[in-house]
Design a protein around this ligand. Structure first.
Ligand code: FE2
Length: 426
């Protein structure tokens, strides 16, 4: 009855020695000691089998463009935006497609099989939109790519941006984006949130805005986003990305704000690698971390995911598509070192972003698509600690990628000949 059984798996929820039975690309059974069958079997050897990593916040139109046409010397967000403005006229569709496909190869090898990418709609040619729609079609057999119409230069500030954004949605872009803190005034920012939420409500689309990505404690567009979410009945479909100004806000105001976010069912996405490097740039010392208030949002019941945001582009000179590296940084910046908190950081790059994207059939449960990753780690905490090797990556029951186990040969008299840094299982 099964095509394949994965035996002796540990699951992210803490269950151990579980067998996963797969047929026709779907998971049929998840339980200990599945009855012997003639099916092919893979022995997970007590290592963690997880649903794939999900990146809820990325910029695929700029990825792998680092150094084009020059590198970001200051490393700031604003020089990054200026640099992207220099690069935009030089972009070609083929080059965007090639870089995006190369990044998707990296992602698959890291077990990252679903990505929500913002795509800049401020270029009237909509070159990047056409390119990423083509990439979405090409990668569909192995990676879910969801696109957000993102007016990088401001939907009210940049001439024609609203029209271009609407055209992008007509072309098949999935989600409405925005950048209220980059509009000319606070009032324009609030107005942009209203216009974009109404557009999403009219079209039945989700919303994901870059919101308050600054260190300005008075940048409060998240409040407006929560307000319009409720007003328009968009609960559960709206996300505030970055929310870095919340780091610097007055505590009294935040004690009012977080319940409003929760009440509106607005999700939050922090981007730890980028927030820790781009925020606090106007500070001397002490220097702010700039990441939003992740533990406090989680404690209030707000869904919080961690995104990669950038890899090798005008804003970030590093990265490899490794969502465990993202979780590792998020855990450190938020000081989430308790056992339950570390597991929440793992969920922030798996289950939580899957729910934010609205992915169908995601998870290790009967009925889900057999998309899974075998990690060289016993549990989610060890996976984060080691940024564990993805031994096997599978989509609909078919292997997409394999990596050899990480280990080192030692030549130390009287000591073991080999180490692999595993600890939890012993
Ligand atoms: Fe972003």
């Amino acid at each position: 009855m099964f095509d394949l059984i994965i035996r002796n798996a540990n699951l992210a929820d803490g269950r151990e020695n579980i067998d996963i039975g797969i047929a026709d690309g779907r998971i049929l059974a998840v339980q200990p000691a599945l009855a012997a069958s003639t099916a092919e079997a893979i022995d997970a050897q007590g290592q963690l089998v997880t649903a794939p990593f999900v990146d809820a916040h990325f910029h695929m139109d700029s990825t792998l463009s680092y150094g084009l046409p020059r590198v970001n010397q200051s490393g700031t967000l604003l020089e990054g935006i200026a640099l992207w403005g220099e690069l935009k006229p030089l972009l070609t569709q083929d080059a965007i497609i090639e870089r995006a496909l190369a990044y998707c190869d990296w992602a698959v090898a890291k077990g990252l099989l679903a990505i929500r990418s913002h795509v800049d709609v401020c270029d009237p040619r909509l070159l990047a939109v056409e390119a990423l729609l083509e990439v979405k079609r090409r990668v569909a057999p192995y990676l879910d790519l969801q696109l957000v119409a993102f007016p990088q230069d401001g939907v009210l500030r940049a001439p024609g941006a609203l029209e271009n954004l609407t055209r992008a949605l007509d072309m098949g872009v999935d989600v409405v984006g925005g950048i209220p803190h980059f509009e000319r005034t606070m009032a324009d920012g609030a107005e942009s949130v209203r216009i974009l939420c109404e557009l999403a409500a009219e079209r039945g689309l989700r919303v994901d805005m870059h919101c308050d990505e600054s260190d300005d404690p008075l940048s409060r567009h998240i409040e407006t986003l929560a307000f319009h979410t409720r007003r328009l009945g968009l609960e559960g479909r709206v996300t505030g990305s970055h929310l870095t100004s919340m780091h610097s806000m007055d505590n009294y105001y935040v004690s009012k704000l977080i319940p409003l976010i929760r009440e509106a069912g607005v999700a939050a996405i922090a981007n730890p690698l980028i927030n820790i490097t781009l925020q606090g740039r106007h500070d001397t010392y002490p220097k702010r971390r700039g990441m939003t208030r992740v533990p406090e949002l989680l404690a209030a019941g707000v869904a919080v995911a961690f995104g990669h945001d950038c890899v090798l582009d005008p804003w970030y000179p590093l990265g490899s598509g490794d969502m465990l590296e993202v979780a590792h940084m998020g855990l450190h910046v938020a000081q989430m070192t308790g056992q339950a908190a570390m597991r929440q950081c793992f969920a922030a790059v798996t289950d939580t972003p899957a729910a934010i994207l609205g992915l169908d059939g995601y998870g290790i449960a009967p009925g889900c698509r057999a998309d899974l990753v075998l990690l060289q780690a016993a549990d989610p905490v060890e996976a984060i600690r080691l940024r564990a090797t993805r031994l096997l990556v599978m989509r609909a029951g078919k292997v997409l990628a394999r990596s050899p186990a990480a280990s080192a040969q030692l030549e130390l008299p009287g000591r073991p000949q080999q180490v692999d840094w595993r600890h939890a299982a012993r």
